[in-house]
Design a protein. Structure first.
Length: 131
């Protein structure tokens, strides 16, 4: 089968597999050993570097809120949570732990114009705090 390759990225650090986003079939995995013709087509273009999956960081509620307060973000987060609606308010009020990759954490981070790296930095610092 012939594919129209929309994008390509290495699937592992060894660069022996590539995930292709194709017009015809969506995501397709290929390797030089299994499909040499498709591999040649993929590597003739730009292949994005492999990015290791980011591990979730889970922190206790108090440590997370102390870190936000120290950074001067606690009031802004409280306001963003209020504007985000009932589900976000329940999560903020009732969660005993916060996860760096949780959808509501990402939503509030975006509302505060924080990128993924800044959110991760907050979680790393909070996880290293002494409560």
């Amino acid at each position: 089968m012939t594919y129209t390759i929309l994008s390509a990225r290495y699937a592992n650090a060894e660069q022996t597999a590539i995930v292709l986003e194709t017009k015809e079939a969506g995501a397709v995995m290929t390797s030089q050993a299994d499909t040499p013709e498709l591999w040649a087509q993929a590597t003739a273009g730009q292949v994005q570097a492999y990015q290791a999956p980011v591990q979730r960081i889970t922190v206790p509620r108090l440590r997370f809120k102390l870190e936000l307060a120290e950074r001067g973000l606690l009031a802004s987060v409280n306001e963003a949570v209020q504007q985000a609606g009932d589900v976000a308010q329940l999560y903020w009020a009732e969660a005993t732990e916060f996860e760096s990759d949780h959808a509501l954490v990402q939503q509030i981070g975006q509302a505060l114009a924080l990128d993924a790296g800044e959110i991760r930095e907050i979680f790393v610092a909070a996880s290293n705090r002494e409560a």
